[in-house]
Design a protein around this ligand. Structure first.
Ligand code: NDP
Length: 332
């Protein structure tokens, strides 16, 4: 349990201006007491996400500067403000999504974003699976509900979201074609549920055509953005769903809707974790689906890299250099 004076200060990684990894500053920041509807969480583990890079660089807007980065963590509730009923001090909790502020030893957060971590899932796993796993949950269950027998294309298949998507697709009876940048990553995707792996985008559509006997796929989950967008469209069957959910290589340039018609009445969507689990009932649904597949072993969360929170800059450099696989944890 926290002592009173500890409400006053947290150690955190903030940016004072947008920039490269060197913009991340480890420092003491003021820590308010939780207000109405809020909880104070003492982090034991924090998840690193590629999205953190977008907020750092300025691709995504931050509410103010300086700001503490980070969208995902796990730990223990230290205190709650008035009107908070579903969590109490001592509870083991995790969360993902806004508001920013996870890169800290302690933080105040709207309590309705917290879920209890079930027995059998440790904090390190919980901290790294919420963002990537709930994203996989809504992509596979809502954006395009995958059916047994579907062929699907998964980009960055050896990454955090990618490894989860491939395993979960296998559990649903779908056949994931993983797209990666190296033979080593191809092996990893294949070991985690992908039925085929393609290195690079150059021959992607041709490989997909071969694998699917010319039928192509009903959905592409594309987190790479600029570099892969056109190759992804080329993989889709008529009436297929192009899901552009990330921009690791940079944002997709403006699109003329006519290209969707010409390629077979395609659908194009740009979904976000900010919206799918916005309502508490949906957050509980997606978290519940995720906890179930992790607890029953269908999806294994591979926490392949660990950094001290104070070394967040090194973690950012690694994920930007495509040097990480699976998930990455920051330990405060
Ligand atoms: P990853 O672990 O997947 O890391 C990013 C991967 O993107 C790299 O490993 C790399 O894989 C690939 N990549 C392709 N081009 C580049 C490039 N130019 N620079 C760096 N990496 C590149 O990250 P996460 O699992 O955290 O996130 C995956 C994606 O999902 C991100 O784009 C993120 O923005 C998105 N996302 C979207 C959400 C949403 O709700 N819309 C929520 C959560 C994540 P390889 O080397 O194999 O190409």
């Amino acid at each position: 349990m926290r002592r009173k004076w500890e409400f006053d200060v947290s150690e955190a990684v903030r940016i004072h201006a947008h920039g490269g990894a060197e913009a991340l500053v480890y420092e003491h920041v003021p820590l308010p007491e939780p207000g109405p509807g809020e909880a104070l969480v003492h982090h034991t583990a924090i998840g690193l996400n590629f999205i953190d890079v977008y907020y750092r660089s300025g691709l995504y807007k931050v509410p103010h500067l300086p700001v503490t980065l980070g969208m995902e963590g796990a730990g223990t509730v230290s205190a709650v403000g008035p009107g908070v009923g579903h969590v109490k001090p001592g509870d083991r909790v995790a969360y993902a999504g806004g508001p920013l502020g996870a890169y800290a030893t302690d933080r105040v957060i709207p309590a309705d974003r917290l879920v209890l971590i079930p027995d059998g899932i440790d904090d390190r796993t919980a901290a790294t699976m919420m963002m990537q796993g709930m994203t996989a949950a809504y992509l596979l269950h809502r954006t395009y509900p995958v059916r047994a027998g579907d062929w699907i294309v998964v980009h960055a298949a050896a990454g955090g979201v990618g490894l989860i998507l491939c395993q979960w697709a296998r559990q649903l009876g779908a056949r994931a074609i993983g797209v990666v940048s190296s033979p080593g990553k191809a092996e990893l995707a294949l070991a985690n549920g992908a039925v085929a792996a393609v290195v690079g985008y150059g021959s992607l559509a041709a490989e997909v055509k071969k694998l699917t006997g010319g039928a192509m796929v009903p959905v592409v989950y594309d987190s790479v953005g600029k570099d892969s967008f056109t190759a992804s469209l080329d993989c889709l069957a008529p009436l297929g769903m192009m899901v552009t959910y990330g921009a690791a290589s940079g944002p997709v340039p403006p699109v003329d809707p006519a290209i969707l018609g010409a390629r077979g009445s395609l659908f194009l969507t740009r979904p976000s974790l900010a919206h799918y689990p916005a309502r508490r009932a949906d957050l509980e649904r997606y978290a519940g689906l995720l906890f179930e597949v992790v607890r029953n072993g269908a999806v294994k969360i591979s926490v392949n890299q660990e950094f001290r929170l104070a070394d967040a800059a090194a973690a950012h450099r690694a994920i930007e250099a495509r040097a990480t696989t699976g998930s990455t944890v920051l330990i405060p």
